[in-house]
Design a protein around this ligand. Structure first.
Ligand code: NDP
Length: 385
């Protein structure tokens, strides 16, 4: 029996994780579940799984959570510190499924406890990747990537053959606007941007997929997780989202992981690791699929890709600034304040305007994140007025 804590249990990844866990009650038990403020969904999941603890990051939601958990044995807690405490709660597996840099401190808390951390929450690895990976090494934590591309690489990457790895190839669906002209993208609505053709995901990552910033964030994430030079990590567009990523070796062998476009497959891999577990996914019918298409990404229509690569190459504070500005711009787009094409423009502008020294500590990263958000927020206001 493995004990599991899910940070961000009410979101898309959190819900997929719960679905798997609830199918195998003899194999998994729930230690803690956290959310920001979706009390209804959190309390329902805590009741179903008989979780020991349920936590809302937004403390003002705690009275409602207590009320919703009345008559159960589940303890309730609230506030950012309580989320970190849940991350340290000693579960065998801690799943990081909070969206954005809000997950950084909780992920770090889980890593510093030295257990196994299943990471979907990519923004902490972008903003503070070196700190997180170094802490994992220092505290003996195991990081298991749940992001489908990184999970695919993890399955294909032989750490004993690092010097023979020629390339990592990250696949991208290209998002809903992969065939749209820039002119047409100008008037994209939030509703169109969150309607991903292949995946069902939370709003923020769906917009990131539409701008292809998601692939830029994943490029940085891959460079943090796998010991390969960044210029040997390539991105190709693969519309069917069935080949989740590939690793090429010096002898010309290319290993790929294929599977349905459903997060339950990579999450199941992490939950069961180093074993395997069944999922409800139908077998992959390659004959019905018929063909797999690959094409080069278009940096002109999707400038976020080049922004992310430049941030990765420059290093230091650049990835944290890129991520913070993107979070602000995506939130502003979803709120109807700015246009779709302004997302990448605001990220570029924030990177131009802010150049602090490289962060050395988590507090440094969070201070840079904070300042980049302020600068990006000013730019959003310029767009509004
Ligand atoms: P969702 O928006 O669906 O869910 C986000 C979760 O985080 C919710 O539980 C939410 O709680 C919680 N949350 C939001 N803000 C805070 C906060 N300030 N403090 C604490 N908790 C908070 O996101 P996704 O599940 O789509 O994505 C989660 C992460 O996984 C992201 O980093 C994403 O990039 C990554 N990822 C997602 C994939 C997917 O298929 N969805 C695929 C690969 C990676 P509440 O419900 O109360 O708001």
């Amino acid at each position: 029996m493995k004990t599991v804590t899910i940070l961000g249990a009410t979101g898309s990844v959190g819900t997929s994780t719960l679905d798997l866990i609830e199918r195998e009650p003899d194999r998994f038990s729930v230690r803690a579940l956290t959310a920001n403020c979706d009390v209804e969904r959190l309390a329902a999941a805590a009741r179903r799984t008989r979780a020991e603890l349920a936590v809302v990051a937004d403390e003002s939601c705690l009275p409602a959570l207590r009320e919703a958990l009345r008559g159960t044995d589940t303890d309730a807690a609230g506030g950012a510190q309580a989320v970190c405490d849940a991350a340290r709660s000693g579960a065998d597996l801690t799943v990081g499924a909070i969206v954005g840099c809000a997950g950084l401190r909780p992920v770090m808390a889980a890593v510093e406890r030295g257990g196994t951390v299943v990471l979907a929450n990519k923004e902490p690895l972008v903003s503070a990747g070196e700190l997180v990976v170094n802490a994992a090494r220092r505290f003996g934590a195991t990081l298991l990537p749940a992001d489908s591309e990184h999970n695919a690489i993890f399955q294909c990457f032989d750490p004993a053959q690092v010097k023979h790895v020629r390339r990592i190839i990250l696949t991208a669906s290209g998002g809903p606007f992969r065939d749209w002209s820039l002119e047409r993208m100008r008037d994209v609505t939030p509703q169109q941007a969150v309607a991903h053709p292949n995946w069902t995901m939370g709003a923020k990552i769906s917009v990131d997929s539409a701008t292809m910033m998601n692939k830029g964030l994943e490029l940085i994430e891959a460079a943090r997780l796998f010991p390969v030079d960044p210029d040997r990590i390539e991105i190709i567009v693969h519309r069917q989202s069935l080949v989740h990523s590939l690793v090429e070796y010096a002898d010309g062998s290319v290993l790929a992981q294929l599977g349905p476009a459903d997060m339950r497959t990579p999450i199941a891999y992490c939950l069961a690791w180093p074993e395997r577990m069944a999922t409800p996914m139908a077998p992959l019918d390659l004959v019905a699929v018929g063909r797999l298409d690959f094409e080069a990404p278009d940096d002109q229509r999707f400038p976020a890709l080049a922004l992310a690569r430049r941030a990765l190459t420059a290093g230091g504070a650049r990835p944290a600034i890129l991520n913070a500005a993107n979070e602000v711009a995506v939130a502003a787009f979803l709120a109807g304040k700015i246009g779709f094409l302004e997302i990448a423009a605001i990220v570029a502008d924030t990177l131009d305007r802010y150049d602090p020294p490289a962060p050395e500590t988590l507090d440094d990263v969070l201070a840079i994140d904070d300042e980049a958000r302020t600068i990006a927020g000013e730019r959003v206001e310029d767009c509004v007025t």
